[in-house]
Design a protein around this ligand. Structure first.
Ligand SMILES: C[S@@+](CC[C@H](N)C(=O)[O-])C[C@H]1O[C@@H](n2cnc3c(N)ncnc32)[C@H](O)[C@@H]1O
Length: 226
């Protein structure tokens, strides 16, 4: 995946996923972490995007720190948290950085990578760097919770062309997703065509982006790191 694959996409990211139930997901993550380790408090989030899970988990009382590669995602996160600064008993902050190489000089009770961030690591070296850097940043006995594209489901369902239409008060957005499956590599390359119409003046913005995601034998994992 190129470094800036989420740069243009990020302008429409929150609108595109406004139907995604981040609240229920954050609740599931909080419950799963506390069941595995009741005193878990500090969490490092790899690929924190626009900070949706991070802010919600802060409301569940966790101290969150995100590392996100896309500068534009980080900028959107800062804008969102200014508009809605509620973080409950916890806290949320994030920085621009690469989860393969970032060195924060401290350890956390757990590491998260949510919404198949790990699947974007399509080369084995990237996957290994991700796992090694999670291990470097977690205390002994800490947790690493992540989800990935589930290989058996991908192979059974076969990726197909999909159309998504969403809108808010400013924008009417259409996304066409055209996938190509490489079974041997365990990778799906998706070409996204985005058409965004500004409601104010009807101006149309269009662009294309390609994203590559790998699928793995398991859909998600909670790993204890010793
Ligand atoms: C599908 S988005 C998920 C964002 C967020 N976790 C969410 O649930 O909305 C994947 C994110 O992973 C980030 N990402 C991918 N590879 C990364 C890396 N090596 N280091 C940091 N962030 C990365 C992308 O920039 C993107 O924001």
């Amino acid at each position: 995946m190129s470094q800036d694959v989420f740069q243009r996409y990020s302008a429409y990211y929150d609108l595109l996923y406004r139907d995604k139930d981040y609240g229920a997901e954050a609740e599931y993550v909080a419950r799963t972490l506390r069941a595995a380790s009741p005193k878990v408090q500090s969490l490092l989030e790899f690929g924190s995007g626009t900070g949706k899970h991070g802010c919600l988990l802060a409301r569940h009382g966790f101290d969150m720190f995100g590392v996100e590669r896309s500068e534009m995602m980080v900028a959107r996160m800062r804008q969102t948290s200014q508009e809605d600064p509620q973080v409950g008993d916890g806290s949320f902050d994030c920085m621009q950085g690469d989860m393969h190489t970032v060195e924060l000089g401290r350890v956390f009770d757990g590491v998260l990578a949510l919404f198949h961030v790990v699947s974007y690591q399509t080369r084995n070296v990237e996957l290994l760097q991700t796992l090694a850097n999670a291990a470097r940043h977690v205390r002994p006995g800490g947790l690493f919770l992540f989800d990935v594209w589930h290989g058996p489901a991908v192979l059974a369902q076969r990726p197909s062309v999909r159309l998504k239409r969403v809108e808010d008060e400013n924008t009417r957005l259409t996304r066409i997703a055209e996938p190509e499956l490489d079974t041997n590599a365990g990778v799906v390359t998706v070409r996204y065509t985005m058409l965004a119409e500004a409601k104010r003046d009807g101006r149309l913005t269009t662009f294309e982006e390609e994203q590559r995601e790998r699928f793995l034998p398991k859909a998600h994992g909670v790993w204890l790191i010793f």
